[in-house]
Write a protein that binds this ligand. Sequence first.
Ligand code: ZN
Ligand code: ZN
Ligand code: FE
Length: 749
Amino acid sequence: MIKHLKLHLTGAVQGVGFRPFVYNLAKRLDLKGYVINDTHGVIIEIQGEEKNINQFLIALQTEKPPLAHIFSQEIEELPITEFQDFEIKKSKVVGKKEVFILPDISTCDECIKELTDPKNRRYRYPFINCTNCGPRFTIIEKLPYDRPNTTMKKFKMCPDCQKEYKNPKDRRFHAQPNACPVCGPHISLYTSDKKLLTEKEEALQKTIELLKKDKILAVKGIGGFHLVCDATSDKAINTLRERKKRGEKPFAVMFKNINQIKKYANITDFEEAVILSPERPIVIVKKKPNTDLSKGVAPHLDRIGVFLPYSPLHYLLLNGYGKPLVMTSANLSDEPMVKDNEEAFKNLSIFTDYILTHNRDIKIRADDSVIQIIDKKISFVRRSRGYAPLPIKLPFKLNKRVLAVGGHQKNSIAIAFEDKAFLSQHIGDLETLNACNNFEEVIYSFLELYEFEPEIVVSDLHPRYYSTKWAKTFSKEKSIPLVQLQHHYTHALSLMAENQIKKEKVFSVCWDGTGYGTDGNLWGGEFLLADYKDFERAFYFDYFHLLGGEKAVKEPRRVALSILFDIFGQDIPDVPTKEAFEKSQIELLYKAYKKGLNAPLSSSVGRLFDGVASILGLRQFLSYEGQSGMIIEGLYDWTVKEYYPFKIKNKVIIWQPIFIALLEDKSDIKTKISKFINTLAQIVISAYKQKTNGEKLGLSGGVFQNRVLTEKVIQLAEKEKIQVLVHKKVPPNDGGLSLGQVIYSLSNS
Ligand code: ZN
Ligand code: ZN
Ligand code: FE
């Protein structure tokens, strides 16, 4: 019997070789009709024998291209009609765009095979790609995803490329960035003062030579420029740190293959799989001791961020050079990553000796993603290239269109409609003018790409966040309501949303650096019993003073001093904290402490980590945010089971006994640190048991990027049969706030 069906698929179905797949499948099953991209996804009409049609429907799910994600499928049966053949029709643009934009995907194995085959016409061509791999999000100017709407539009395909592009049986059928050495982009090597040295293969060879001489180069990648140098050269890395004014913040290292990574790091099978995944994130893994990797790559840390080449240019560079390379975002600190050629010549000459660039423009900036494995699951430190802007599925569907502007640090924004939240790539800290401009640029690129008109805008409660101020203005300009959400409640909401919580309350432990509290104090050690409507601040860490306000965030010694004043008054014991100050400074700060001058109150657990780091003499000043936590994590000993005493009085976690016991403890530093972390884990369980009645236990906020703390809490919770929720799709840090903002306004509209 002959049947005629019309299918409407939504999801990530464009730019992934979906139409050619459908075409070949229809041909194989002798079906007639057509396939076409529209703004909502893909429409297919098929007509033919019923049994073939059924096979088609099965194969659509089981044989679809690796990068395709079908989110929904509608089928309607139509009367029999006349089709000559099966064809791929040209895209049409009607109505609102709701298609998924795919992230950039690393070079596939088949392309690597061609890249390294001397007989292939793309032998050593740094822009080889196909429908299964290559740039996507970073080259899109508008939808639908077709070549004229990308930065590839200026390259006219040569007859050979054109043939592939038009041949449904070819791997490059409708591969929008398709290119070859004859017709496509190419690389050029410049001095940092913009003198062209050489091009193409010779530029690559010259780059390798320069790296061998400990030079620092800026290399244009997929989502922006990297600063690149030999990861085994102390000289190169010291120079890079000096020029970049980057104290001790670790650099990511790219390796030529997984075996090389194994020479430098101890990795688990799961970590290996994540490193090899097509998204190619930076994965933070355990460093091996005594390799030739420069100590300057990740000072004082036992871990290191590793990744593999994800563009053909990386592949050629790493294999040509042989040794691992530092690859760090090319930017001034707190500024966005440089992405345009002119911008590179203007801003990168202070860092680099040479610039290896190319003439395919990057439309949308995207930093590398960073992942660590916690409790055998993916935990994002930064969700960006390879993942953004794929949507996060929300637990329910609502009718309002939301724009969420995120927080202040590690900012990401989101737009959401129906049951999907589209989180942006990592935008970063909104500390500089350029960072704030980039924040606006990303918002407008999302609004334009998705032709999105928000009906509500959501921000943090903090009055001084740039994102909050921006949202206020935007809400006025567009005459749409603004919702301002408490920071830690937003962390809890984000966790609930990605874990598909529908209505129930979750006991969420939200610990981080600082966030603005409803009482005007700086929260950061919160236990919230929350649902989508509201939250109760069930417990919090006893307030302490941040001596010097903002300064205390960068100087653990100030937090420790405040803690010591609290316990001992002015007469503090002889600990490393004391030595970190002049005597007169201590007297002055004591007065400020007494009067509460420039000493805001905080309940931040992140700061308590700093306090411990100072008292134990590990760190008096921070070189980067989260440093003390990372050092402490590296010293944790799983064989230590003891913990320090603590008190929970009414709603307050009394921390003084913890520090008194820590100061009296005669054991070694590793034991003390382990006991401190164990204490925090015990506090979570103890608070949970006091307040709850079988609710789930949630862990959110930047502090839960601490692997050992999170794993310890999970271990204790499992013993008590408590169900724990952690972040797996968005970062636990402020990069995940925009998701929490979205879900609140959706569930309360
Ligand atoms: Zn490929
Ligand atoms: Zn060509
Ligand atoms: Fe936070």
